[in-house]
Design a protein around this ligand. Structure first.
Ligand SMILES: NC(=O)c1ccc[n+]([C@@H]2O[C@H](COP(=O)([O-])OP(=O)(O)OC[C@H]3O[C@@H](n4cnc5c(N)ncnc54)[C@H](OP(=O)(O)O)[C@@H]3O)[C@@H](O)[C@H]2O)c1
Length: 347
């Protein structure tokens, strides 16, 4: 299988054993890996923010927001907004703000005076958005437009996190110039938000992606969902007919740094250098954590009986990402190894 070959290739060719005592150990196909060089795990990218600057991260209690808050907390003033799950990250000032309350949002922004706003807060439950279109609009669209407007007034850079599921998934390998065709209410809201952000703040960066990593709750990403089930000895159903090109939260953060550094504006697809099925992704993760592989079961999207329609191939063309990064985009196997090799920062 191509992915296993990728893992074997990475393991055989790139490993530099450094500081093995301090590093975690992971297993891929029974090979003990101890581990990567610091540069491979944490590439040196000059972070274009400084101590004097203030970054506001909305959705800082979520999967992406928490990882970005950790990423920026040591180099800038970092403020993290949350709604119901408090943020407990060293050197991050946490504020409980409901983004649908525009008055509170405006007052807090006035106080914070951010140089950069990374807008990660959203209602991400696709089924919930299908059933609650008005509430979903208030959170995912109206609040996004309001924040984008405020970013212009404050002279702050604005980064909006959209989704790879703006596409219908019939072709795959979508580039920034492909016309989105959303299949469900959540994705349609993201398409409208992208247009609103681009109109209100033409200097904004609009990122489409699918990412994975550890989160404060331990249950927000597909990687965690697979691990929680597998480590509890439960079956792990994996879609064999749903493809994507997910990016690790660490590679996502590096790409944001590069995009800011290069003054990128407009759409930017963030993914990995290869596409794979969700079944194969679960296989990679379970192998990496030495799980019982017999728990992994192939299923199809139709078997799952979901209410909201799901695109079948949301893989992204990452040519622009490579050009913004100035280097090749990591593969999924490389991204998973980067997550597995680090400790879980939220434990
Ligand atoms: N996960 C993915 O792979 C993926 C894929 C494509 C796009 N995206 C997009 O990327 C962004 C981040 O996703 P994620 O997976 O990190 O999300 P997540 O883990 O589901 O977290 C969502 C965040 O939004 C906050 N939030 C929700 N409603 C809010 C409200 N009314 N006011 C203030 N905060 C609110 C939540 O706060 P509390 O937890 O405190 O309630 C939480 O911090 C979202 O825009 C999402 O649509 C995600």
């Amino acid at each position: 299988m191509q992915i296993q070959n990728d893992v074997q290739r990475i393991l055989k060719s790139n490993i530099v054993i450094v500081n093995a005592s301090a590093a975690a150990t992971c297993l891929f196909d029974g090979i003990n890996v101890s581990l990567f060089s610091e540069e491979q795990l944490h590439p040196t990218i000059s972070i274009p923010m400084s101590e004097q600057q203030t970054i506001l991260i909305t959705g800082a209690s979520g999967l992406l927001g928490a990882n970005l808050a950790r990423h920026y907390s040591s180099i800038s003033n970092c403020v993290g907004w949350y709604k119901s799950n408090s943020v407990n990250i060293t050197e991050v000032t946490a504020e409980q703000i409901d983004i649908t309350n525009h008055e509170t949002v405006a007052a807090s922004l006035e106080h914070i005076q951010p140089d950069l706003i990374i807008h990660c807060a959203a209602e991400t439950n696709v089924e919930w958005c299908e059933k609650n279109p008005e509430l979903a609009k208030a959170i995912n669209e109206d609040a996004t437009e309001f924040l984008a407007q405020k970013s212009v007034e404050l002279g702050a850079k604005f980064i909006f996190t959209s989704t790879d599921s703006v596409f219908d998934g019939n072709i795959g390998n979508y580039s920034e110039t492909t016309q989105p065709v959303p299949l469900n209410s959540y994705a349609a809201g993201k398409v409208r938000s992208e247009a609103l952000v681009a109109k209100v703040n033409p200097n904004a960066i609009i990122i489409r992606s699918y990412f994975y990593g550890h989160s404060p709750s331990g249950s927000r990403s597909l990687l965690e969902w697979v691990l929680v089930r597998a480590l509890a000895g439960n079956e792990v159903p994996g879609f064999t007919d749903s493809y994507f090109s997910p990016v690790s939260v660490h590679d996502f953060a590096d790409a944001i740094d590069a995009a800011i550094e290069n003054d990128h504006t407009g759409l930017l697809h963030l993914g990995s250098s290869n596409r794979l099925s969700k079944y194969d992704f679960a296989h990679l993760v379970m192998e990496a954590y030495d799980c019982d592989m017999s728990l992994l079961k192939p299923i199809t999207v139709d078997d799952a009986g979901l209410k909201a329609d799901r695109p079948r191939d949301t893989s992204l063309d990452v040519s622009l990402q490579a050009s913004v990064l100035g280097k090749p985009v990591p593969s999924v196997a490389e991204g998973v190894i980067r997550i597995v090799s680090g400790s879980n920062p939220f434990r």
